[in-house]
Design a binder for this molecule. Structure first.
Ligand code: GDP
Length: 316
């Protein structure tokens, strides 16, 4: 059997929706080495993707051939848990508006980026793509997950009904340059990097880690996701969504200890069990993505050191 011809990016006008975010800016960096015709961007101040009219006006005017949907409202467990309406509404509107606008503008190919939180809380591990919609979601991120499931299903149904070539990727927990380091709304890796850095600088004897430290997470450097996105854009089509992960998970305690080690902090970890643990485990089965010839390249220690350099240059 001959492999289908790869999608040719040469000369294409590519819109990275959400180019200022961690994922979008990694996509912009990754596309620098591709022979695309034009990189199209719009900041959220210029185009509010939660509103249909400006979104459609922008897309009609920019005429992209390819759309990479990386725009999203994201946050760590506590932001997700306490602001469910916002996470559901904003992401639902962004997904629906961008997919419909891309369809109306007749784009050639689109990639929708989701999240591993779309899978049921009790899904068998590692989580296969086929686990989607087989059970109840993790309550701490239900709003965000429902919006991401809606976007994934929209892409699938626009393909079936309208013949639009949209594919979806579900990455595991992401980290890297341009991450959000806000004290309350950041994801765990960024939160712990900041806390350990501050404890080291101030000489504090302990760092507080939320929850029990036993949940497991699969951390993927955002540059590996950007590479996977371009790879899937070239080599994958069809209605099956694809998991993108690092291939291994670690406990929250382990990642906290690794961060202490990389930063050279010698204090103790204290676990605040009044804070939620969230999903016990969400390791992705990445057999399909690896079958397309893609694999991650950035190890966790090396990736943490890279994220820390960015933190020191831009946040500390
Ligand atoms: P999730 O993967 O969607 O649950 O979101 P996060 O990236 O926020 O990771 C949450 C996990 O990390 C939970 O088990 C938390 O209890 C744990 N955790 C430990 N310390 C922190 C922290 O300071 N911030 C965040 N966001 N999570 C933490």
């Amino acid at each position: 059997m001959t492999a289908p011809a790869a999608f040719d990016l040469a000369g294409k006008r590519v819109w990275v929706a959400g180019h200022r975010g961690m994922v979008g800016s990694a996509l912009v960096r990754r596309l620098e080495s591709e022979p695309i015709g034009a990189l199209l961007t719009a900041s959220s101040a210029e185009v509010d993707l939660r509103r249909q009219e400006p979104t459609e006006a922008f897309v009609q005017d920019a005429r992209p051939d390819v759309v990479l949907l990386a725009a999203a409202k994201v946050g760590g467990i506590e932001a997700n848990r306490t602001r469910q309406a916002e996470f559901l509404y904003d992401n639902l509107m962004i997904g629906a508006n961008v997919i419909e606008a891309a369809y109306r503008a007749g784009v050639e190919r689109m990639v929708v980026l989701g999240s591993s939180c779309v899978y049921p809380r009790e899904a068998p591990q590692p989580i296969a793509e086929t686990s989607l919609l087989t059970g109840p979601l993790e309550p701490t991120n239900e709003g965000y997950a429902i919006a991401k499931i809606a976007a994934l299903e929209l892409a699938r149904m626009y393909r079936r009904q309208h013949g639009m070539d949209a594919i979806s990727l579900m990455p595991s927990n992401l980290y890297g340059p341009c991450d959000n380091y806000d004290r309350t709304s950041s994801h765990v890796l960024a939160a712990l990097l900041r806390k350990v850095h501050e404890a080291k600088v101030s000489g504090a004897p302990t760092v507080t880690v939320w929850g029990t430290g036993t949940p497991r997470r699969e951390f993927l450097h955002v540059d590996d996701l950007a590479d996977a996105t371009v790879h899937a854009l070239r080599h994958h089509t069809g209605e099956d969504h694809l998991n993108v992960g690092w291939g291994r998970d670690v406990s929250i305690r382990e990642v906290a200890e690794l961060i202490c080690d990389v930063l050279g902090y010698e204090g103790e970890l204290a676990f605040d069990t009044s804070m939620p643990d969230g999903m016990p485990r969400k390791l992705l089965d990445t057999t399909r993505m690896r079958g397309l010839g893609w694999e991650p390249h950035i190890g966790l220690r090396e990736g943490i050191a890279d994220a820390y350099r960015w933190f020191l240059d831009h946040v500390a």
